[in-house]
Design a protein around this ligand. Structure first.
Ligand code: S3P
Length: 186
């Protein structure tokens, strides 16, 4: 990546279950930054759960809400933004987020994702794209395959999270974020 300017925000992208929220909260707390979860903002705005929004209005409506929420972050500075797994599906989201901050892709193996999601059953229920999957692993794999290129091309930095604690991953993010302006490691 060739980022000339110093960016004040951290953006986390990646599949459901890679730990964006937990890691984002850890990083925000450690850097004394505000933590923002775009899914949570959508929920707060509409007053319905993500699962309900999908059920009542469909995925396209959710994606439109997601884009509005992301664009509403224009004036935010010194924030850690955790995004929904499908944020990369809309190029406008990524163009916007890249202008706002350093985009970290949290990458996990399918096994890690499955195990993270399975260890918290409510997680699956809250995720409409996974909820009705008869085989969770296959569903996650299929979604990942369709998004893989988008994740990679959207990221400034790729961080592997397998077998790492949120503290370890968070500290890696902090160290790279502090190295700005970006070095060749970007
Ligand atoms: C989605 C992931 C979810 C949420 C919505 C759609 C996706 O967020 O935005 O259910 O398309 O992968 P998490 O990544 O926090 O699960």
């Amino acid at each position: 990546m060739n980022r000339e300017e110093k960016l004040n925000n951290i953006v986390l992208i990646g599949m459901s279950g890679v730990g964006k929220t937990a890691i984002g909260k850890y990083v925000a707390e450690k850097l004394n930054m505000e933590f923002i979860d775009t899914d949570q903002l959508v929920v707060n705005n509409i007053g319905q759960s993500i699962a309900m929004i999908f059920e009542l209005y469909g995925e396209a409506y959710f994606r439109a809400l997601e884009q509005n929420i992301i664009e509403s972050l224009t004036d935010k500075e010194d924030v850690v933004i955790s995004t929904g797994g499908g944020v990369v599906l809309n190029r406008k989201n990524i163009q916007f987020l890249k202008k706002k901050g350093v985009v970290f892709l949290l990458q996990a193996s399918i096994d890690t994702i499955v195990s993270n999601i399975e260890s918290s059953p409510s997680n699956k229920e809250d995720r409409p794209l996974l909820k009705d999957a008869s085989n969770l692993r296959d569903r996650i794999k299929r979604i990942y395959e369709t998004r893989k290129e988008l994740y990679i091309s959207s990221a400034d930095v790729v961080i592997r999270v397998d077998n790492k604690s949120k503290e370890l991953v968070g500290d890696e993010i902090i160290s790279i974020f502090r190295q700005q302006p970006p070095c060749s490691c970007f």
